[in-house]
Design a protein around this ligand. Structure first.
Ligand SMILES: Nc1nc2c(ncn2[C@@H]2O[C@H](COP(=O)(O)OP(=O)(O)OP(=O)(O)O)[C@@H](O)[C@H]2O)c(=O)[nH]1
Ligand SMILES: [Mg+2]
Length: 427
């Protein structure tokens, strides 16, 4: 079975909790704190794999979960980090979360972290200082990222073959490349995309052949237009048209309309048009067909005539395709250079978490938000006296407490940070 879309829940590992522990030694009544840190939760990692070409495996999976980090132990023993889970996906897989792009796996073998494991909490040994000899506070581990991932496979080919069913797309691919797609004298022989590499003067051209389109494909007629997603990332469209019909420009316009309906990502791609199966055609009739097509296409669109079966007129088409691919790739490379030059340098240093915060009144609560204070709150065990004491201390240092009081909060007021609730002061 072929599948080019799938939905799967990805769950990264939770960080392990830090431990509270004190050294027990002979003759020493109470030693220093020795509770170790929790381990980091494992990441969910996708790797684009050249030998995988469908997302069908994900149709069977409900959830992909990485290992949790382990809790810290006595004697400064750090909890073990949770193991990453690595999953193979086809090259060209796009991962979306709530309509936002998370990852685009365009390079084979390159691992991409899709969901990040939670950090482990610090054990009490971490909180020892000259003024605090016996800290009883330890942090909780943080949850790993978890979300429903929408996967879509969008092939990364140079050339996309489009046309009506039976136009000769698969035959063309089989003649110019190493691919051996199914060919038949009936509509919808091709049910899933085929890929092949054509060798043009020593340069490889990756060509994608998809099922035929018919009028109304964008409304789901025939096999619909879902397979057009595989054409979206190609450089150029090769639109093939069967020469055995009264007026090939009608077929051309029909398919063109479906491409426009699909959207700009395809409608704006450069296009090359070719009449197929011309080996037995009377030259005068062929010329009429070509003229009719030329009057229908935009002035910058080239029109060719070929026969895949008789190996006629193929090379000029391949050369024109290659020329288009090379010039587009050159333009893209130039654009990339410009982007690199103008992009500001963004530091990904985890230490630079925004310490800004704000307070909002909601129901009877004071809700505090802000990256840094929320991170601390997530790591706080609100059941623990020492944990809460530390969080309240951090709130004081960041100036949150002062502002809360100014806004009318009292000792018994409910404070909410990162979904955790507690009172402003110890009651
Ligand atoms: N005479 C002649 N017949 C051809 C030529 N190319 C393809 N055909 C025939 O046309 C029919 C359709 O060919 P396919 O390559 O399967 O067409 P397709 O466009 O892939 O069709 P779908 O997969 O259904 O969209 C087959 O019977 C082929 O043998 C050609 O150059 N000359
Ligand atoms: Mg076919």
């Amino acid at each position: 079975m072929f599948a080019d879309t799938a939905i799967v829940r990805v769950v990264a590992g939770r960080g392990g909790d830090g431990a509270v522990s004190f050294r027990h030694e002979k003759f020493i009544d109470k030693g220093g704190p020795d509770g170790g840190n929790g381990g980091k939760g494992g990441n969910v990692v996708f790797v684009a794999d050249d030998n995988t070409n469908t997302l069908v495996d994900f149709r069977m999976k409900q959830e992909i979960k990485a290992q949790d980090g382990q809790t810290g132990g006595k004697q400064n023993k750090h909890g073990r980090n949770g193991q990453d889970i690595q999953v193979k996906v086809p090259v060209g897989t796009v991962v979306m979360r709530d309509g936002v792009l998370v990852a685009d796996l365009v390079t084979g073998g390159e691992p991409v972290v899709v969901a990040r494991g939670g950090d482990g909490g610090f054990g009490n040994a971490h909180f020892k200082s000259s003024t605090r000899q016996a800290p009883r506070v330890a942090e909780l581990g943080e949850d790993g990222e978890a979300f429903e991932a929408n996967l879509e496979l969008k092939l990364l080919a140079d050339v996309g073959l489009v046309g009506m069913p039976n136009a000769g797309k698969s035959t063309f691919l089989s003649v110019v490349s190493n691919a051996r797609p199914e060919i038949g004298d009936y509509a919808f022989t091709t049910l899933t995309p085929n890929l092949g590499v054509a060798d043009v003067n020593g340069t490889g051209l990756l060509i994608a052949d998809i099922p035929g389109l018919i009028e109304g494909a964008s409304e789901g007629k025939g096999l619909g237009d879902a397979f057009l997603r595989h054409i979206e990332r190609t450089v150029v469209i090769l639109h093939l048209i069967d020469a055995y019909q009264d007026d090939p420009s009608i077929a051309y316009k029909t398919i063109r309309k479906e491409l426009e309906q699909y959207g700009e990502s395809i409608a704006n791609l450069p296009e090359i048009v070719a009449l197929t199966k011309i080996e037995g055609l009377d030259p005068e009739i062929l010329q009429m067909q070509i003229d009719s097509l030329k009057s229908a296409v935009d002035s910058d669109v080239q029109v060719f005539a070929l026969s895949a079966q008789a190996h006629l007129g193929i090379l000029p088409v391949l050369r024109a395709l290659l020329k288009q691919v090379e010039s587009t790739r050159q333009e893209e490379a130039a654009e990339d250079v410009e982007e690199v030059e103008t992009l500001p340098v963004i530091s990904l240093d985890q230490g630079c978490i925004d310490s800004g915060w704000e307070i909002e009144r909601r129901d009877n609560k004071f809700v505090v938000s802000g990256a840094k204070i929320e991170k601390f709150a997530r790591r706080t065990d609100t059941e623990s006296y020492h944990g809460l004491a530390r969080l309240r201390d951090i709130m004081r240092k960041l100036g949150v407490t002062h502002e809360l009081l100014r806004q009318g909060a009292k000792g018994g007021s409910t404070i909410e940070i990162a979904g955790k609730t507690f009172t402003l002061t110890e009651q």
